[in-house]
Design a protein around this ligand. Structure first.
Ligand code: SF4
Length: 393
């Protein structure tokens, strides 16, 4: 793929398994297995499916020792396909010792380094992660999420959550650079594409040499999720920002390869100057965000629920309301805080929120009615968003 029409930032090269991210390499496209990691056959099939769609890198969720054992077998069985693998550390940074032998890249979230060993300085935890990365010859991703930013920065920046996200990323680049560790990429994600654009722009002004992983997290279902992601990528990549991408879509497991094909289509369009229009009304009306699902989903009814919510709420299409549907208890509680109505799924039922307040825990077969009741209440006092004045080319 030729990006000869776009002048890209001169980022430093980061080797991740068999691929290079940054340093002028083609923009790498990645996705994540959504199957339960311990279901080894299903996870191997998922990696193969994503690989077959043209992935450069596949991420796998690991939360426990049992997941680590499964990861080791997934690594062995997918090696012949040439799959490059990565994992997230989530809240347990020490897990890197167990997972790094089986992957090419490890992502840590700076906002999650405060949950354990509270008296230990963050610098010492990052030093441990970097030391393990060197020892096991893996790259790192500093993966900051606007919804789970470091609590100290959240407090300091108040409403400027993009500022907190960027500062968190910059802080960690300084820590890693001071340690002499430069084999890392950075990501700054949110479900709001505007925050993704703003955050990455701000960061790239300060540190244009650091490779960036772009993504709109919990973008939702196609086609809406694709549109939000496309808008963010068009803005950033056309400015030379971005070295690897992930399109996060809520899809049935068997369709996960779409995250790759859609990502490649967007890149190809940008490379060839085929930009989509950006209507002035893009940010108005009903906004449904839903996570792409991963092995942490404890009940597959989540995907059906996300689709049912979308269908049920069509009558509110003209109202400025955000509904968030998340698949698990790990990220669900925090990632729904900014939505007007939030849902995060457990094994037997769904936790329903209005803003940051928990309304209750409901079985899967009744939560839709409760959600509609909340939605009715919310739009009762609202005026529908203005119709678009026109559409720009
Ligand atoms: S919200 Fe939970 S289930 Fe959904 S992608 Fe994130 S970690 Fe996975």
């Amino acid at each position: 793929m030729a990006f000869n029409k776009i002048k890209r930032n001169p980022t430093r090269p980061v080797q991740v398994g068999a691929i290079q991210i940054g340093g002028g390499a083609p923009i790498a496209v990645q996705s994540m297995a959504a199957t339960r990691t311990q279901d080894i056959d299903a996870t191997v099939r998922q990696v193969e499916l994503i690989q077959a769609a043209g992935a450069d890198l596949v991420r796998i969720a690991v939360d426990s020792k049992a997941d680590v054992r499964a990861l080791s077998e997934v690594r062995d069985r997918t090696r012949p396909t040439g799959a490059n693998l990565s994992v997230d550390l989530q809240e347990s940074y020490r897990l890197i010792t167990d997972v790094a032998p089986f992957v090419d890249k490890v992502r840590y979230n700076p906002g999650h380094l405060h949950h354990h060993e509270k008296d230990k300085p963050v610098e010492a935890k990052v030093a441990f992660i970097a030391e393990q990365a060197v020892h096991h010859d893996v790259a790192l991703r500093v993966g900051v999420n606007c919804g789970s930013v470091d609590p100290v920065l959240k407090e300091k920046f108040g409403k400027d959550d993009v500022g907190a996200m960027v500062e968190s990323a910059l802080q960690h680049t300084r820590i890693l650079d001071d340690l002499g560790f430069t084999r890392y990429v950075v990501s700054m994600k949110d479900s709001d594409w505007r925050k993704v654009v703003e955050g990455n722009r701000r960061f790239a002004i300060d540190r244009p040499e650091i490779p960036l992983h772009l993504g709109v997290t919990e973008a939702g279902m196609p086609p809406d999720g694709i549109i939000k992601t496309r808008v963010a990528f068009e803005q950033l990549i056309s400015e030379g920002i971005g070295d690897t991408i992930r399109v996060s879509l809520t899809l049935p497991f068997d369709d996960k390869g779409q995250e790759i094909t859609v990502g490649r289509e967007i890149l190809d369009d940008i490379a060839n100057g085929r930009f989509r229009s950006v209507p002035a009304s893009l940010d108005h009306g009903l906004n449904i965000i839903s996570c792409p699902s991963c092995s942490r989903v404890e009940n597959e009814k989540f995907i059906e629920l996300a689709q049912d919510v979308k269908e049920m709420s069509t009558y509110a299409a003209d109202y400025d309301v955000t509904i968030a549907v998340m698949g698990c208890r790990v990220n669900g509680p925090g990632e729904t805080d900014d939505a007007d109505i939030g849902m995060w799924c457990g094994p037997l039922g769904v936790n329903l929120k209005r803003g940051e307040e928990l309304v209750g825990h409901f079985p899967y077969d009744t939560v839709l009615n409760e959600t509609k009741r909340l939605l009715d209440e919310l739009i009762e006092d609202k005026t529908p968003a203005a119709a678009p004045a026109g559409v720009e080319d």
